[in-house]
Design a protein around this ligand. Sequence first.
Ligand code: DQQ
Length: 468
Amino acid sequence: MALSCIWLMFFFSLFGHGVLELIEAFHHVYLNVHQTAQYSTSGNQPYRTSYHFQPPNNWMNDPNGPMLRLGIYHLFYQYNPKAAVWGSNLIWGHSTSTDLVNWTPHDPAIYPSQQSDINGCWSGSATILPGGHPVILYTGIDPENRQVQNLAAPKNFSDPFLREWVKFKHNPLLTPNSKNKINATYFRDPSTAWLGSDGNWRVIIGSQKKERGLAILFKSNDFVHWEEAEKPLYSANKDTGMWECPDFYPVLFKSPLGIDTSSNGPDVRYVLKVSFFRTPHDYYMIGTYNPDKDIFIPDNGPFKDSSLRYDYGKFYASKTFFDDKYPLHRRILWGWVNESSSAIDDIKKGWSGVQAIPRSIWLDKSGKQLLQWPIKEIETLRGTQIELPYQVLSGGSVLEVSGLTAAQIDHSIVESFGAEGKACITARVYPTLAINDAEAHLYVFNNGTENIGITRLSAWSMKKAQIN
Ligand code: DQQ
């Protein structure tokens, strides 16, 4: 009784009186999912990471619905509870943290239980509504394998971990149909919604029409009834293929501070990121958003092969959220880092996929590109430090830095941040010798012909985080 009252009060304030009778909370216990998710990988695991986020076993891909609520960070993720490879029948895994470094696992949050997601719960995003209530929009795969958009909300708002989620009884909210002419296999991954000064919510959804990617814009005044805008927020002018996981958010000009997704104003620029299914890479553009006309005008024209990327290695289906945990004000970026190994190797080791270390992301002073840096909290894992003083590395020479063990280079992933966050490259590596307790060697190469002065070189061993 108490629970349904909370639901009613919540939806009363959220959706207004007329919509109340449409809402009904329910939750099926999907026994099979819970049982399977208990198993963990076993045996020799030299490539599992120590401080990159991974579930205990099986396949993980996109980060979903990251958010901060009441001092607790939530990360949901695309998870196959039954295998170490992708399967269309995906669910949302869920973990929480107070520092973005150590993570506690929870039961899966969203899994097939309605006609509108019976063939899989694909990617989506969280939006914090006025009053601090989070809701999730996500893509469901329906019985005809159409991609449709669904709404879910926490069952119990007084649970700080938001462990149980219930779905809107009248899902789906949005369907591809003959009227809107949206292709049913290219309609997915709702972004975090933002609120315009006209009181209407906006959300973008990834799609393609005639091989050209587009971010379709929908508007709503109650978060339940959505109308397609006359024009997409942005669309490609050439064959890019499907745009997945679009993300649209404001950044401050000449400040590294993050701002809420619905903020606007004279010092604000906008970022549109889309994940190109074909390549697969995450590209972004910086530009101006006109909230009256609901169009985005990129500074440097349409997407092209030379457009900016978040990361020049493996990093895909990323998503940001606004973090205002006191005293912070920052935007955090999550991104999925796939394996480079074969599916056969992944099945053998029993898992696949990690998340990159969450990164702070902000606009460079030039306004021309974004900067990224691993969140400060990751430094709490630093152990023994090795520090080399100023020295000159002559052209063609190699400097060896010893004293680290293999267990300290996070086993199978290397994330590099160059030029104070201007260029990021993430790679998967599967060493065969430098594993477990074997000694690792760190080398600094100067492959050029000129001598180079190294002002300072610091390296740390890293402690293990508590992850799931
Ligand atoms: N992964 C999800 C889709 C999304 C894709 C399915 C991106 O919703 O488009 O697992 O990696």
